[in-house]
Write a protein that binds this ligand. Structure first.
Ligand code: GLN
Length: 231
């Protein structure tokens, strides 16, 4: 947190990830960090009148770094959960997501829903709500990778039987790098909402919520949403 004199624009540190399409990822052509979350936090900063310094790290690192106060803000498609709320304060929800299972094209009959994964190898990401879901609700062999793209690759190369992850990320990856070979099966398993993360008791949270209200009212939020998700 940066102490500032009156009138000076504060700079806040923002922890994010760079492996989570289309929320935060490296644009292959420009080599720049882009995505829905990146546009959103920049718009919020501009609206609220502060500067940001973005640091990229592994998703599970963000979940543990925010409670420590090492960063002022965390934005990384982070699901608001009761467990995380014990150590993290969240903004108002800004995106409705949920978990979906995906398999290699051609295996949809073998694994047509989450009921078919017991005894199978299911890939996911370390420290995610999907990892927790698999642990709590299935007898699958869970293979959790630091980066979700490694989990998708493991299904595409036949090392894992399925992948469980957030629907918007699965769908975006399937359409792009997945080359149509990764197909979703079954229903949305668990509705989830994303929130921006703050250390407990952070005064910045209300400021960010207010800025987000303004962006929602002005239509700027919808513009950013449509840029990444169509509509
Ligand atoms: N929404 C999921 C979670 O919070 C995954 C987020 C991510 O990989 N960036 O666990």
């Amino acid at each position: 947190e940066s102490a500032t004199e009156d009138g000076e624009r504060p700079t806040y540190s923002v922890a994010t990830d760079n492996n989570y399409v289309p929320f935060e990822f490296i644009d292959q052509e420009t080599d720049e960090l882009v995505g829905f979350d990146i546009d959103l936090i920049n718009a919020i900063a501009e609206e609220a009148g502060f500067d940001i310094e973005i640091e990229q790290m592994e998703f599970s690192g963000i979940v543990s770094a925010i409670p420590s106060g090492r960063f002022d803000i965390g934005i990384a498609g982070m699901t608001i959960t009761e467990e995380r709320k014990e150590n993290i304060d969240f903004s108002q929800p800004y995106y409705d997501a949920g978990l979906i299972l995906a398999v290699l094209e051609g295996s949809e009959e073998e694994i047509s829903s989450i009921d078919d994964v017991d005894g199978k190898t299911v890939a996911t990401r370390v420290g995610s709500t999907s990892e927790a879901y698999l642990e709590e609700n299935t007898d699958a062999n869970i293979e959790a990778f630091p980066e979700i793209t490694e989990a998708y690759q493991s299904v595409l190369t036949g090392r894992a039987d399925a992948v469980l992850y957030d629907k918007p990320n699965v769908e975006y990856y399937a359409e792009t790098e997945g080359g149509g070979e990764l197909v979703t099966v079954g229903d949305l398993l668990q509705g989830e909402q994303y929130g921006i993360a703050f250390p407990k008791g952070s005064e910045l949270r209300d400021e960010v919520d207010e800025a987000m209200d303004n962006l929602k009212e002005s239509g700027e939020f919808d513009e950013i949403y449509n840029k990444w998700f169509g509509g």
